[in-house]
Write a protein of this length. Structure first.
Length: 137
């Protein structure tokens, strides 16, 4: 019998396992304390190194930041999508996955996500299927 909850289906994430922080650079000490209390231990920053502002408050010890830029900077694709709601359109990421799957694949593979997924009930077979799906094989 499994001790940890298992994702319901490949592609689903356990509720509360992923949290979106719109602007972690703007968090105060109280905001970071709330993030910590929620259980966040890794922040995945999808921006370029020179994009964004410095943190207003230092991030707590114990929260790791993984920077893995996602946007295909300097491409016609980005020039097309940037003016449309500042990349906030729900149509952006499906288009990104269709036109630049390597960017998404590289981002996913650059994270320690496999360990996280295995620790939270994904089987090695399901992990292999997810990798194949992301790489298009």
């Amino acid at each position: 019998m499994r001790k940890r909850p298992r994702p319901r289906r490949l592609g689903n994430t356990r509720p509360g396992a992923v949290v979106r922080l719109e602007a972690p650079t703007h968090l105060t000490a109280k905001g970071w304390a709330a993030v910590w209390a929620h259980g966040v231990r890794t922040v995945v920053d999808l921006r370029e190194v020179d994009e964004g502002e410095p943190d207003l408050t230092p991030r707590p010890t114990g929260i790791t930041t993984v920077r893995t830029p996602l946007e295909p900077v300097g491409t016609p694709f980005l020039e097309h999508w940037q003016p449309i709601d500042g990349l906030a359109s729900p149509l952006y990421y499906p288009a990104m996955l269709a036109e630049h799957p390597e960017r998404v694949t590289t981002t996913v593979h650059s994270l320690t996500m496999p360990d996280y997924l295995l620790d939270n009930g994904l089987s090695t077979t399901e992990l292999a299927a997810l990798r194949a799906r992301l790489s298009g094989t």
